[in-house]
Design a protein around this ligand. Structure first.
Ligand code: SF4
Length: 84
């Protein structure tokens, strides 16, 4: 019984499982949460093929959270898009 519960806890989809689909999942957090365009380039390229791009921006809601980093295919600094 204990083993069944443990297995269920590992295999049952949770509310954050959509993150596993993120094209940037293998990239460093430093590149994701940077404020510097050159450092964000690898993540911005990944955004171009990311299946959860729209959801990423909807969840992060950069302009309302003063977000720093990459979300939804754009780089943000203090919740404002950084133009390249
Ligand atoms: S849209 Fe970009 S930052 Fe958001 S999860 Fe996908 S690859 Fe990562």
């Amino acid at each position: 019984m204990h083993d069944q519960l443990s297995e269920a806890a590992v295999t049952t989809p949770g509310p954050l499982d959509w993150r596993r689909e993120a094209a940037c999942a293998h990239l460093s957090e430093h590149s994701v949460f940077t404020r510097i365009p050159a450092e964000a380039e690898p993540v911005l390229r990944a955004c171009g093929r990311c299946p959860i791009r729209k959801r990423c921006e909807a969840v992060v809601d950069p302009s309302h959270t003063w977000f720093d980093g990459v979300s939804g295919g754009r780089l943000w600094r203090n919740g404002r898009e950084v133009t390249r």
